[in-house]
Design a protein around this ligand. Structure first.
Ligand SMILES: *[C@@H]1O[C@H](CO)[C@@H](O)[C@H](O)[C@H]1NC(C)=O
Ligand SMILES: *[C@@H]1O[C@H](CO)[C@@H](O)[C@H](O)[C@H]1NC(C)=O
Length: 629
């Protein structure tokens, strides 16, 4: 969140209230138009949907009746699902089925009599392909069955649109970069000045190419320098925040319909799973920088606490009322309003971490003895009370997760329920985390479409932003806070900062490797976005420290990159986040596609929408308009 401190005049608050009510109105009218996601498992052939292929099943088996089952590789320890029931008594020699193309699948063919397995085949289907499965019996023995897959029509190359989009963006950046570079050369500038009048040149430089002129640049630098001394605001933090935010917007808009731009069904990571924790992380970093600078300016802790509390409440209310879809379904929707959510979780995390910081942080560090033994822990030891509380919180998470008895489910269950774990615990989605939310908040008040219901066919509601996971989100923000402490502690010692970031990254990586045993599903605690498991937090902190190190090096140390285009949305994160949710269904963020099952068209739409938010953020930045709460 934009964690520069607000100047809350009463006019400001009035403005906020009116903006909120306007947004509420818009979001209610817009969300009624939103469409449901396509049903992947649709068996109506004819028109294939995204990520599907056609499979014709030809059988020459001497069995009257057999069943083709399927299972996705993505589905860990899953029950096989029925694909087709073939019945020769219906005078059919072939059947048509629709198969999933996102991951390799295993097909298993069973005879109905005795449910004996006849054969099994592992295959990676490609989107919109046309395949045949041939089932043949060997003449010598009826038990000896061969199954074979033949490609009738070659499928298209699904990921081509991503590659094209990538090159288009690279081209745009090269043009912008060269353009701004050329325009800064004196000879070109002089030549241009002769061609057109100077005012026009200035306009060209400023607006057309979107890059600041030299005069602007130096004033910006001065501005930036004053920030650094005044409130420790670093460009790299806004860049990192903007990067997460932009990926988040793209992912929320659908990510081109590609599975790796959507949330993972249960354990493991996709690109979509990376960004929320990074956002939380960078929030932690900003909390430390801003609170310490406020304290150094002589603000009392109580005053800061009230500010923090007020901001948390605002954030929570925006999340509850503005972005909540359920709220708009009608007057009765209070009975099924979703209580938790992304902003709500950010709000609670912000409150807890800020209070932790206000309780224990010292505006000026104690003089440390240059003791060899604690040299490596210089940025940890002075904060030991915070660490104790964090460890206590983590113990609470571990105890509740692994020891809380959940009726009808094994204690310490971490799975997705549904058809996972061979269907034994189908109503246990999320174990203790899911149970706590359903008891405390109520079934109707949690998220109804968790990502586990696609692959694992889970049916119970489960909230990926639930109560228990909030503990680990606090831990994530605390690691971000640690990054902030490093930045303050080693102020202007760039090398030290980079070394510390790298060390923390490695440390987090080692912990994650141990917790997960370097595997997706088999570890002690698997990486899981839905649970916000502790290994998810450490893994994402590992990435975050590393990425922050890179960005810090490029943007704040070497200054070879100004942080664009991510810097601008990073400066206006609340506005971009709320805006992208509220205007999701409006042109130019969404339009009617000619072919709603085409990745290329979805990708185009989602990228255009995301780019527009970057442009909006850029314009607002130039006009110095920031929405801060
Ligand atoms: C798939 O291929 C088969 C065999 O080549 C053909 O008969 C059928 O019409 C094709 N189906 C579609 C939808 O293209
Ligand atoms: C799971 O819940 C559904 C609906 O509440 C119920 O019909 C089903 O019997 C439950 N399954 C198990 C294994 O408890």
């Amino acid at each position: 969140m934009g964690l520069a401190w607000p100047t809350c005049a009463s006019a400001h608050c009035l403005c906020l209230v009116s903006t909120l009510s306007l947004i509420l109105l818009v979001s209610c009218t817009s969300s009624s138009m939103s469409s449901k996601p396509p049903d992947i498992a649709s068996k109506k052939s004819g028109h294939l949907k995204m990520d599907q292929a056609l499979l014709l099943i030809h059988n020459e088996l001497p069995y009257e009746k057999f069943i083709v089952y399927w299972r996705s590789d993505q589905c860990y320890q899953c029950l096989y699902q029925t694909l087709v029931v073939s019945d020769l008594r219906l005078e059919r020699r072939s059947d048509i089925a629709v198969v999933d193309t996102r991951h390799p699948v295993t097909l298993q063919i069973n005879a109905t009599s005795g449910n004996t397995e006849l054969c099994r085949i592992h295959y990676r289907f490609r989107e919109f392909g046309n395949y045949s499965l041939w089932l043949k019996a060997n003449h010598s023995s009826t038990r000896d069955i061969t199954c074979e897959i033949i490609i009738n029509q070659n499928p298209g190359y699904t990921n081509l649109p991503i590659i094209i989009a990538f090159f288009i963006y690279v081209a745009i950046f090269i043009v912008l970069f060269l353009g701004s570079f050329l325009l800064r050369l004196d000879t070109v500038q002089n030549w241009l000045c002769k061609q057109i009048n100077p005012v026009e040149t200035d306009r060209l430089i400023n607006s057309e190419l979107g890059s600041p002129s030299r005069a602007d640049l130096s004033s910006q630098d001065a501005h930036y320098a004053s920030w650094n001394t005044a409130s420790q605001r670093l460009r790299s933090l806004d860049t990192f925040r903007g990067l997460s935010l932009i990926i988040m917007v793209f992912v929320n808009y659908g990510g081109g319909g590609y599975w790796f731009f959507k949330h993972q069904s249960w354990n493991g990571l996709t690109i979509a799973d990376l960004v929320f924790p990074w956002f939380v992380f960078i929030m932690g970093t900003s909390i430390h920088l801003s609170l310490i600078s406020m304290l150094r300016k002589g603000n009392s802790r109580w005053k800061l606490f009230w500010k923090v509390l007020w901001r948390s409440i605002q954030l929570f209310l925006i999340g509850l009322f503005v972005i909540n879809e359920n709220y708009c379904h009608g007057p009765l929707s209070w009975s099924d309003i979703r209580i938790m959510g992304v902003l709500q979780r950010l709000s609670i995390t912000y409150l807890i971490v800020s209070v932790l910081e206000l309780l224990f942080t010292k505006p000026l560090p104690d003089p440390m003895p240059q003791n060899r033994a604690c040299f490596f822990l210089q940025d940890v030891i002075p904060f030991w009370p915070q660490w104790l509380i964090i460890l206590a919180l983590e113990s609470v998470w571990l105890c509740l997760t692994f020891l809380l008895p959940v009726p009808g489910c094994p204690t310490g269950y971490l799975g997705p329920g549904g058809i996972g774990d061979f269907g034994k615990y189908s109503n246990c989605t999320g174990g203790a985390a899911g149970y706590i939310d359903r008891i405390v908040l109520g079934e109707d008040h949690v998220y109804q479409h968790p990502s586990s219901n696609v692959v694992y066919k889970s049916t119970v509601p489960y909230d990926p932003e639930g109560i228990l996971g909030t503990i680990n989100s606090v831990i994530m923000a605390f690691f971000g806070l640690q990054a902030g402490k490093i930045l303050v502690f080693y102020k202007n010692q760039h090398k030290q900062v980079l070394v510390r970031f790298f060390t923390w990254s490695v440390f987090m990586g080692v912990i994650s490797a141990i917790l997960t045993k370097c595997s997706t599903n088999e570890g002690f605690i698997p990486v899981n976005k839905n649970l916000w498991s502790i290994s998810y937090v450490t893994t994402l902190s590992c990435f975050a420290f590393f990425l922050l190190m890179l960005i810090y090096f490029l943007v704040d140390v070497k200054r070879v990159w100004m942080g664009g285009p991510f810097f601008y949305p990073g400066m206006n994160s609340i506005l971009v986040y709320v805006g992208h949710e509220v205007f999701e269904n409006y042109f130019p963020f969404k339009w009617k596609m000619q072919d709603s099952q085409s990745h290329a068209q979805h990708l185009t739409q989602n990228l255009v929408a995301t780019s527009i938010w970057v442009v909006i953020a850029y314009i607002l930045y130039r006009k110095k308009i920031f929405w801060k709460i």
